[in-house]
Design a protein around this ligand. Structure first.
Ligand SMILES: Cc1cc2nc3c(=O)[nH]c(=O)nc-3n(C[C@H](O)[C@H](O)[C@H](O)COP(=O)(O)O)c2cc1C
Length: 241
């Protein structure tokens, strides 16, 4: 085993969902900053980066958001709260930045690799993400799938799939964040037990934005770990073909 794998193993094993933090601890908020930098490097669909991370650090906002998180201990006692948000509605803006980047590294649009890349972002991405008229775009997608039914073709492309595509990437960022915060010597608890409508209003987010999860972060207390870790047997979840 690579020595790095042992370090990674230790971090993965040490991470637990911790529901009680030491509120009085002199918390290093820079650890969160560094962990966000690492989370941003997570794999994400088409590199569209349709995510946002809201850092909740002031006492007032932390108290308000803890209430929105149904006053869970993990939220009430956290040194900092983070809201991980999926933003399918920002596809045009993000795509614009990607295309700008491609123009700087691949100015010749006719070169083969460039051609494929521009085609992907100029034709396919709008096809997938433009769901302003879902009834119409879903019908067009159905036709596209029918036309390609004899070969392997991406089928989870309907308007209902778009937020799911974004949540997958946000969840990967959340896991990178939690492992990183553990490596920094702190603990975390992801939470979906919350009032997402109230939270969106509080953060002034548009209707199309979706709360993926809130993560409470802090110096975990031993009593914040609710019991030993349990996983179903590996044979129930791992299959080899
Ligand atoms: C998306 C997601 C949402 C979760 N929501 C909550 C929550 O609202 N409250 C809570 O106490 N734990 C929550 N958890 C933590 C899980 O209960 C926990 O990860 C699971 O029991 C496994 O324990 P471990 O993280 O210590 O390995 C959530 C975890 C995930 C991934």
């Amino acid at each position: 085993m690579n020595p790095e794998a042992k370090i990674f193993d230790d971090i993965v094993n040490a991470r637990r969902s911790v529901r009680k933090f030491d509120s009085g601890y002199k918390f290093d908020h820079q650890a969160v900053d560094r962990s966000i930098d690492r989370a941003i490097l997570s794999a994400n669909s088409s590199n569209m980066q349709l995510w946002e991370f809201y850092r909740i650090t002031s006492d007032k906002a932390k108290k308000d958001i803890a209430e929105i998180c149904l006053n869970q201990n993990a939220a009430k006692t956290a040194n900092e709260l983070l809201v991980f948000v999926a933003r399918p509605d920002l596809w045009k803006q993000r795509r614009g930045k990607l295309i700008q980047h491609f123009q700087s590294i691949m100015p010749d649009k006719e070169e083969r690799k460039a051609k494929l890349t521009y085609q992907y972002y100029e034709k396919w991405i709008p096809n997938l993400y433009d769901i302003r008229f879902p009834w119409f775009s879903d019908l067009a997608k159905k036709a596209l799938i029918l036309k390609n039914s004899s070969k392997p073709f991406m089928r989870d492309i309907f308007s209902r799939d778009v937020p799911i595509i974004c949540h997958k990437s946000v969840a990967l960022a959340a896991q990178t964040f939690m492992l990183s915060i553990k490596a920094e010597g702190y603990d975390s608890c992801p939470m979906e037990g919350l009032d997402s409508v109230r939270l969106k209003t509080y953060l002034n987010l548009p209707k199309a934005a979706e709360i993926s999860m809130v993560i409470g972060v802090g110096k975990g207390l031993p009593e914040g770990v609710y019991g030993d870790r349990f996983r179903v047997p590996k044979s129930d979840v791992v299959f080899e073909l």
